[in-house]
Ligand binder design. Structure first.
Ligand code: SF4
Length: 434
């Protein structure tokens, strides 16, 4: 077990020119909320394949001085953080001091990272077995062939054009690339509009904001025919097939619920295979009910918090309330659908005692089936500042929170992706490997 460490790894810094180095005078610490803390050594894992390091401009890393044991700033260069790939949940954010005039960081995750014996370590857990977005499973030549094939097979389908030319080939979206490869979860973006104004929305940011959205939002409303045309063959032929409305490049799919309902009814006339899922903000319980009646298999509701005040200050909903998302989960559960939350993990907020209590309540109230523990892709200072949180309260550590929730709710599943029908109905712990 050469990858278990007994001493905290060294802090890394960037020279501002693309070079990243270790500082052997400082041990890595992690940020939780606004503050820096030592990271228990047993919470470090090797940076998984597909992970990357980022330089954080205008920020100085914080570490523990190897000689004195005191916390201090690294003056040698800019702070460094890690992007940890899908299927992994970060336990601490990178700790740094932000200089005046530092630019707001773009919408990525900034997990702490350290260096030891030529290896990079991050405080994280693998929360999901599914290999659906593993980098080694993507081969460009095969993806290109699959893309060409879909564009030729559906020449008049605007959604296929969007998914292949924009999502797959321009943004290298892992979900769209899996569609090109004819496997697993197939993305179905459907709505150009939204009824929330999330601070960290990845598909729309106002032009006067200090960050840009990472993806361009869908600009048209697909028809039910366009959806049915390529999703039926996917459900029929892909391994462990899922079709999923509600993607990162669109608004809120429930605003298009009538089209979704029409497409589900039509799809199920042609095939009973696979699973039909929606990723949503859960704002319209009546629409959720109608979709479940039509044959929706699963729903995943995104949230940054189980507390209304934290949710509302981030989502800034137009015409719905936090209680509607609870209601949507309840309705879906009552209708027999699989219910997940897409839970944006922010160390120091998610593991606060107040959040833990609110999450327990949500799980009990909705009979939740699964939590997808996602990393919150956002500049930490910017997020806490925008939602007006100056003190995140008492925290227990993300690892401890995961353990406590699992202990209290042994049937609640943990993961990172929407499960296939084979997992929902059969063995949830099944190994996917093709
Ligand atoms: S619900 Fe989704 S699409 Fe709507 S503002 Fe929030 S992140 Fe953006």
């Amino acid at each position: 077990m050469g990858n278990i460490i007994t001493q905290s790894p060294f802090l890394m810094f960037s020279d501002g020119k693309g070079g990243i180095y270790e500082d052997e005078t400082l041990y890595t610490v992690g940020r939780s909320g606004w503050d820096a803390f030592p990271i228990p050594t047993d919470e470090f894992i090797l940076l998984p394949e597909g992970g990357q390091l980022y330089e954080l401009p205008g920020r100085r890393g914080i570490g523990i001085d190897v000689a004195t044991g005191e916390m201090r700033i690294c003056e040698k260069g800019w702070a460094v953080a890690a992007f940890i790939p899908p299927a992994h949940t970060g336990l601490y954010i990178a700790a740094y001091e932000t200089m005046p005039d530092a630019p707001t960081l773009p919408l990525f995750c900034y997990t702490a990272a350290g260096w030891q014996d030529d290896k990079i370590y991050v405080p994280a857990v693998r929360i999901e077995k599914d290999i659906r977005q593993e980098t080694e499973g993507y081969h460009d030549a095969e993806i290109e062939v699959g893309t060409e094939h879909l564009l030729e097979a559906y020449p008049n389908n605007r959604l296929i054009k969007h998914l292949m030319e924009n999502c797959c080939m321009t943004y290298t979206c892992p979900a769209a690339r899996n569609l090109a490869l004819g496997r697993w979860e197939c993305p179905v973006p459907i709505s150009p509009a939204c009824n929330a104004n999330c601070i960290g929305c990845i598909s729309f940011q106002p032009s006067d904001e200090t960050i840009v959205s990472t993806q361009d939002r869908l600009t048209f409303k697909p028809t039910a025919e366009e959806i049915v045309e390529f999703t039926v063959p996917h459900l029929e032929t892909a391994p462990f097939p899922i079709i999923s409305y509600g993607q990162g490049c669109e608004g809120e799919p429930l605003l298009m619920w009538e089209t979704i309902r029409e497409s589900i009814i039509e799809i199920r006339k042609h095939t009973q295979k696979g699973s039909i899922n929606i990723n949503t903000n859960g704002s319209m319980p009546k629409a959720v009910k109608a979709l479940c009646e039509a044959g929706l298999t699963s729903i995943r509701v995104s949230t940054n918090s189980a507390r209304e005040e934290i949710y509302t200050s981030y989502y800034r909903p137009n015409n719905y309330h936090f209680n509607d998302i609870i209601e949507s989960l309840k309705v879906a559960n009552e209708m027999g659908a699989w219910t997940s939350i897409n839970y944006f993990v922010f160390p120091g907020m998610t593991d606060s005692v107040a959040e833990y209590e609110a999450l327990r309540k949500l799980i009990k109230e909705t009979n939740l089936k699964m939590i997808q523990w996602r990393n919150f892709n956002i500049d930490p200072d910017w997020y806490l500042g925008k939602i007006g949180v100056t003190d995140t309260g008492e925290c227990m550590g993300v690892k401890q929170m995961l353990e406590l929730i699992q202990e209290e709710f042994p049937d609640l599943k943990f993961g990172y992706f929407n499960p296939s029908i084979e997992r929902i109905k059969g063995d949830f712990e099944m190994d996917y490997a093709h």
